[in-house]
Design a protein around this ligand. Structure first.
Ligand code: MBD
Ligand code: FE
Length: 312
């Protein structure tokens, strides 16, 4: 039995009341957003004839998502993080800002407070023996195109099992393993030694995976390395690079892959390169320069202070 009650005046009045729009107190913005979202939800229930069983399945799933701390994980899975990036890109385009280094999503697994160093850091503790050694380096450039000494490069990635320190279900990693903050040297250069990460997969059996499976989708990401790059007078850049050659580069459940964010991976096995990096065997090298953009009317028009509260 399909009925349509959405257009009834009493239902429309109900939406106004439940959103607090008939009351003086509270936040006008919250009322506006709640009214819109509840309106769209009521209409969807009516149009799709969503049954009580389907509705309560959804509510139980939301409880599971919250209990698992996975709101920040299903968010990129449903493309919202990428959509927000596309909107930031469109805002930049509208005010004439070019981003030579594209932004892409943060993801839910950043942890503040990583060890700091100038110029160089080793990210891994050497215990992930499956990992191929990686040397990654480049120059951070300012809006004027010149190198930016002192620019802050925060970098984090997972291990060869796809686990991030602080979120490792096996508990095997020390805090801040594969997480560092590197300040660019006097020539604007950053460099680090680590291992090539593997891809990431959402936790098996998790509410996030259950929804993706119901959509016929997987919860895998290609291998990637996350960055925040910031400097005085510039907007903070949130981005990632993918590891070239990963078969999932164009099949990322979080939709983070972007042109310009898949630098070449160069295999080095010559003695000179090995020696120059104080290594004792072959390694992979990635060179990746970063370009920051200027503040807009003296402010970062994209700062996003609430973001860290959504971390897993
Ligand atoms: C990740 O490592 C990640 O980067 C994103 C976007 C989502 C889940 C796990
Ligand atoms: Fe990640």
């Amino acid at each position: 039995m399909s009925v349509k009650i959405f257009d009834r005046p009493d239902v429309q009045e109900f939406l106004t009341v439940l959103s607090g729009l008939d009351k003086a107190g509270g936040s006008p913005r919250m009322k506006e957003i709640t009214h819109r979202l509840m309106t769209d939800l009521f209409r969807a229930i009516d149009d799709l004839n969503i049954t009580p069983d389907e509705y309560w399945t959804g509510i139980a799933w939301l409880n599971d998502i919250g209990a698992a701390g996975q709101a920040g994980l299903i968010s990129p899975g449903l493309g919202l993080d990428h959509f927000i990036d596309e909107r930031l890109d469109a805002i930049d385009a509208a005010i004439g800002i070019e981003n030579p280094t594209p932004r892409t999503i943060e993801g839910p697994l950043y942890v503040a407070g990583a060890p700091e160093s100038v110029g160089f850091a080793r990210l891994d503790d050497g215990r992930d023996i499956e990992g191929q050694t990686l040397i990654m380096h480049g120059v951070v450039h300012g809006a004027d195109g010149k190198p930016l000494p002192g620019a802050k490069v925060e970098v984090w990635h997972c291990d060869t099992r796809g686990f991030y320190s602080h979120f490792d279900p096996t508990g095997l990693q020390a805090p801040f393993n594969m997480r560092r903050t590197i300040f660019a040297d006097e020539n604007g250069r950053y460099k680090f030694q680590s291992i090539l990460p593997s891809g990431y997969g959402v936790p098996p059996g998790s509410p996030t995976e259950r929804l993706l499976s119901a959509l016929g989708r997987h919860g895998q990401r290609p291998a990637h390395i996350h960055f925040f790059i910031s400097a005085d007078g510039h907007r903070k850049l949130t981005t990632q690079i993918n590891i070239e050659g990963d078969p999932l580069i164009n099949d990322d459940f979080a939709y983070a892959t972007r042109e310009g964010l898949v630098p070449r991976v160069m295999e080095r096995d010559d003695e000179a390169s090995i020696h120059a990096n104080n290594l004792n065997g072959p390694f992979a090298e990635i060179e990746w320069d970063i370009y920051l953009t200027a503040l807009v009317d003296g402010v970062d028009n994209q700062v996003n202070e609430q973001r860290k509260r959504a971390a897993a």
